[in-house]
Design a protein around this ligand. Structure first.
Ligand code: SF4
Length: 223
């Protein structure tokens, strides 16, 4: 399976790249509350910003009880400047209330329950299941979607389609690893606008589907 071999090469390289923020917070804080919050805040936000915001956030908000009780305006100020901070603050307040009132303070472990929660869509739900509950799921964000298409693993238009295809072509034991590896790779090498193909360990295996500009001559790709 060529795609598995390519993935393993990328995984090897990813160990020398910066760890994506959600995984960093998970390892450093070792709490499902902070992992969940960082997964929500990191959406449409640069990792450096999420990291800085998480530092000040966790000084004041340590659990769902604090989240329920903090005034909305204060919460907005705390999470500024993450993307969509006003919406996220409103959703986080509701999330605190719902988790305490409906789930006895525990994060639900089922996908269908998670996506009912405010501010949690398919991507974040899969990330939570994989990283908090060690379930075999694939979180497809913009990096995973873009890179899987560039590498020719999938030919899809939406992250949902990509998730379905990746589930089909990768054995289950790889599913949980895909997000961490491809996010680190997407931030460090296979960047959205101008991928650093010259530094890429799989450049000879990659058809570079849809890549218009690169730091490496695009054709012929298999030199
Ligand atoms: S060769 Fe370029 S487009 Fe292909 S995976 Fe590597 S960095 Fe991305």
């Amino acid at each position: 399976m060529k795609h598995v071999k390519t993935f393993l090469e990328i995984e090897k390289l990813s160990r020398s790249l910066d760890v994506p923020v959600v995984f960093y917070i998970k390892t450093k804080r070792k709490s499902s509350f902070s992992t969940l919050i960082s997964a929500i805040l990191s959406s449409r936000t640069k990792d450096e910003i999420t990291g800085e915001v998480m530092k000040k956030f966790l000084k004041e908000v340590k659990d769902f009880e604090d989240l329920k009780n903090i005034p909305l305006k204060r919460l907005e100020k705390l999470i500024y400047p993450v993307g969509f901070y006003k919406n996220k603050a409103r959703n986080l307040k509701r999330l605190g209330e719902i988790i305490l009132d409906r789930y006895q303070g525990k994060i639900p472990q089922e996908f269908d329950e998670l996506i009912k929660l405010p501010g949690i869509g398919r991507k974040v739900a899969n990330l939570i299941l994989a990283e908090i509950f060690q379930k075999d799921t694939i979180c497809v964000d913009t990096h995973v979607h873009r890179i899987s298409n560039r590498l020719g693993w999938v030919r899809t238009k939406t992250p949902e389609e990509t998730e379905k295809e990746l589930r089909r072509i990768f054995p289950k034991k790889y599913w949980r690893r895909i997000n961490k590896v491809l996010v680190a790779f997407g931030q460090g090498i296979c960047k959205p606008l101008k991928p650093l193909c010259c530094k890429c360990p799989v450049k000879k295996l990659c058809p570079k589907v849809g890549v218009k500009k690169s730091s490496y001559p695009l054709f012929p790709f298999n030199r």
